[in-house]
Design a protein around this ligand. Structure first.
Ligand code: NDP
Length: 449
């Protein structure tokens, strides 16, 4: 391995030994850009790797709130402002009990590369809290969001840092967060948050963007390899924002989605998933996916019992992990390959473990990597910021056309770079190489900061 690369990886491991997800994300990127480092010895002198792996700023704060029983609860909030190299910090907020600094840093690190791939002027960040929205009343959600924003507001702004949604943060939460920000600041700054409802400054097609974008990317990847989505069987993990709209687009491209999941288990419906029912259960009732059987009695429900989700045991042509990190393990990858899978499209961030990615690539399975394939969400957030700046709304069709063009460009960037560096069809490496080169160029141009 390149000596400089080796030295930096050792240093990052030593400094962050208690942050496994962050180390996983860093190693995944750095190990695939060795050839660029060989070509650019000047990057070592400029400490490009040391700087790109160290966040510009990490903010951690107390979030106290009162639940419906009158008890005081204290959660921990975060905002990792990783890089403002090519634009204001930009990245979602995650509310989930698993949130910790390692997960925030891995997501913030990934976001820098993803945002660079969009070709739009946005830096990288991530934030959230170890708050569990499950089972909370609307009032509790509002009080939590208000308390969270009462600290966060001083660190963000439409030219500084623009948060959005992620796991546990959807349109409802963004509304409460925006309301509190506007109240504290006594000014309407539409571009400070994205994922807003259309009735107060949101963008049409933002809700759909990550899932739709994933399918545009997968379509391009299949096309480049002589395949289409028409008639293919698809399984999608998760049943949240990304999964639902990935399902919608996959069906519109002629595929048949037969399974979806949540953290408790998965449903298999050989007749094709009833997406209207999933939307009703998840977006309206906020209930468990098992409820699907209430209407479709001939569908099957498989409970999750260990780290390997039962959804990956189902025979499929295309698997779309759209729930969370490291949800597709080596065991699951082996089952998918045994069952003849041809492509994986990562809708979630880092959903496939490193050993599973290596195995899938070795077996000739096409892998659409998260930082490229799910970039449609943040790209459309940037389009929302544009509309807020020019005080104008684009139509759904206008936004979707821009999204489609961006996803086609991202795929081509991954493909061209994979070919240029001698690993054709390895779009995982292609994405890292393309994004890293853009960021390194910008770092060299801006001096030691
Ligand atoms: P949602 O909260 O809307 O949905 C998350 C889904 O994943 C739910 O079905 C949830 O099930 C499931 N899930 C969450 N945690 C776990 C877990 N530990 N194990 C198994 N299942 C789990 O989130 P999103 O759809 O917005 O996000 C999903 C993924 O996509 C995340 O990795 C996110 O970072 C990524 N992403 C999201 C973007 C966006 O625009 N929203 C943009 C780019 C990436 P349950 O209800 O049981 O918790």
């Amino acid at each position: 391995m390149n000596k400089y690369l080796n030295k930096v990886i050792e240093e990052v491991e030593a400094k962050n030994s208690h942050e496994p997800e962050f180390l996983q994300a860093v190693k995944e990127v750095l190990c695939s850009v060795e050839q660029i480092l060989e070509k650019h010895p000047e990057y070592e002198k400029a400490a490009i790797l040391e700087r790109i792996t160290e966040p510009e700023r990490i903010i951690s704060f107390r979030v106290p709130w009162v639940n419906d029983k009158g008890e005081v609860i204290v959660n921990r909030g975060y905002r990792v402002q990783f890089s403002s190299l090519i634009g204001p910090y930009k990245g979602g907020l995650r509310f989930h009990p698993s949130v910790n600094q390692s997960i925030m840093k891995f997501l913030g690190f990934e976001q820098i590369f993803k945002n660079a791939l969009t070709g739009l002027p946005i830096g990288g960040a991530k934030g959230g809290a170890d708050f569990d929205p499950k089972g909370k009343s609307d009032n509790e959600i509002m009080l939590f969001c208000q308390s969270f924003m009462t600290e966060l507001y001083r660190h963000i702004g439409q030219d500084v840092d623009v948060p959005a949604g992620d796991i546990g943060v959807g349109g409802r939460e963004i509304g409460y967060l925006f309301g509190q920000y506007r109240r504290i600041r006594n000014s309407y700054e539409g571009g400070v948050l994205t994922g807003k409802d259309i009735c107060y400054g949101g963008s049409l097609a933002r809700k759909e963007a990550t899932g739709y974008g994933l399918l545009f990317y997968v379509r391009e990847m299949l096309k480049a390899n002589g395949q289409t989505l028409q008639g293919k069987t698809v399984t999608i993990s998760g049943s949240g924002n990304v999964a639902i709209y990935a399902c919608e687009k996959a069906v519109s491209f002629g595929a048949k989605v037969v399974a979806m999941s949540d953290s408790n288990g998965c449903i298999y419906d050989k007749n094709g998933i009833d997406l209207d029912l999933i939307k009703q259960i998840k977006e309206v009732e906020r209930a468990r996916i098992k409820e699907y059987l209430r209407v479709h009695k001939d569908a099957q429900y498989m409970e999750r019992t260990d780290e390997d989700s039962p959804i990956w045991e189902i025979k499929t042509d295309i698997a779309l992990p759209c729930a969370t990190q490291n949800e597709l393990t080596l065991n699951s990858a082996k089952k998918l390959v045994q069952n003849g899978v041809i492509a994986i499209g990562e809708g979630a961030n880092m959903p496939t473990t490193q050993e599973a990615v290596d195995y899938l690539l070795e077996k000739g399975v096409l892998v659409a990597p998260a930082k490229a394939a799910n970039a449609g969400g943040v790209a459309t957030s940037a389009i929302e910021m544009t509309q807020n700046s020019i005080r104008y709304y684009y139509t759904f069709e206008e936004v979707e056309a821009k999204l489609e063009k961006i996803m086609i460009n991202i795929f081509n960037d991954c493909k061209v770079n994979a070919e240029k560096y001698g690993c054709p069809k390895n779009y995982v490496a292609g994405a890292n190489l393309a994004a890293f080169q853009k960021l390194a160029n910008a770092m060299m141009a801006q001096g030691i900061v």
